[in-house]
Design a protein. Sequence first.
Length: 504
Amino acid sequence: MYDVVIAGAGPVGLLLACELGIAGCDVLVLEQDDAGTPWRAMPLGMRGLSPASVEVFHRRGMLPALLQASGVEDYGDFDADLQEAPAPRSVAHFAGMMLDPADIDTGALPLRLPSPVLEGVMTSLEAVESVLAEQAAKSGVTIRRGERVTALRQDSDSVTVRAGDHEYQGRWLVGCDGGRSTVRTLADFEFTGTEPQFTGYTMLASLADPEKLQPGFTLTPTGMYLQMPTPGHIGMLDCDGGAFDRTQKPTVEHLQDVLRRVSGTDVTLTDVELVSTFTDRARQTTSYRQGRVLLAGDAAHIHSPLGAQGLNTGIGDAVNLGWKLAATAQGYAPQGLLDTYTQERHPVGAQILEWTRAQSAVMRPDPHSQAVQALVRDLLATRDGTTYVYNRTSGSSQRYNLGSTHPLVGRNAPDFHFTDGSRLSDYMHKGHGVAIDFTADRRLADAISGYEDLVRYLPTAARNELDCAALLIRPDGVIAWADGPDPDLTAFAHAADRWFGTTD
Ligand SMILES: Cc1cc2nc3c(=O)[nH]c(=O)nc-3n(C[C@H](O)[C@H](O)[C@H](O)COP(=O)(O)OP(=O)(O)OC[C@H]3O[C@@H](n4cnc5c(N)ncnc54)[C@H](O)[C@@H]3O)c2cc1C
């Protein structure tokens, strides 16, 4: 029996497999597709990773491979001796309204220290999956392709999964099988939300007169279009109330009508090589767990791609779940650890749904929405407005409620730079937690004795301690406890027990 069976070798399923693999779990990934599709390669598979997602790759030592697979040559050469982190070079948009990176107030961003990972990365699903599949294989994960999960049953000890002619058994099953998740349906998860306001199209087409379209995102009174640098790579959002019948392949005539309507031009489409549709239907399962079945990524939450959040949210799910499920499957998890997955990630998913709904609402052509759009445009032209959006889309605003009022607890730990030249991420490649003792007097070492296999103890001075004397960082990089200047060792031991103790 496997410790964990994962349905879906998309980015979320593969990252989860890597996290479980480095923690020593026996993992099987079942993927329905045999080979790659043009929808996952550049240009149609292009995806933006936020700085928070890039940091996940950095912490596990996969950043160089990610940059190489993504064809990124100028990621940024951040000087380790900088006192302050430089401003980001690019920012997202809100509902097609582009933001100027020069307007970001970096001083207002929480925990921003000089680090090798301060920027997002433009990549593709194919690139991300290739890096993760290689890492998963190194961690001993088995990936079976051409095996579609079609049935499952669970009892108190295990889950049995049918895929093709085979049956596989795992202690746990995780559905990472995308927005139309079979696992979600088979395990009877409740999936609630709102119906679409628009139909979106992404296509590779030939245009007779592409110069009639603006480059990049263009928000118009009737919708939005996007002309990417690759010739003929066009995206469109048509505020049709989601009326287009997506079971039909859209014709060239229909696509031209939509493009003319949303662009307000008389541009001519001569041919369409590939086209796919999507909507802003926004739904989320009410829990991410049903017995021994869990969900992560698009299987747990769907929404429009506005603001480039789906993959980033799924990456956050996978790193949050991985170490918790590994501890649970291998029998050393503290009581209730696995339940904190839904407790922490469900609110994040709900916020992303709201973020995309807000964008749909301001894009609609009706006079009320247009009035709100004008107001939002004014706000986005301010330094506070741009900083607010960047804080949300970069992942830096994310904070879990871990029951502490300390301003660092629940936040993503920055890549602390220690006086010996090492960085926090150097100690996280194997998925350990880290206890940092900036006082370097070894008082914390006793408090975590017994957890040496799970937590690295670092008695070291940092270049920038953020007014802390001691920190406990979980394997997913989240600060679980912080104190200073005279750390409360009882509270520290309690936090270590909470996250790394055993059920006994
Ligand atoms: C046009 C567009 C642009 C986007 N841009 C961005 C962006 O810039 N940034 C961002 O963060 N997000 C973006 N997204 C969203 C992002 O692509 C998804 O959120 C992300 O791919 C979800 O990853 P996943 O692994 O959960 O699911 P998927 O990528 O859908 O992978 C699921 C995998 O499961 C497999 N599978 C499905 N059913 C079964 C089954 N029954 N058995 C076995 N295998 C199965 C599938 O073949 C697939 O390999 C965009 C989406 C669209 C449509």
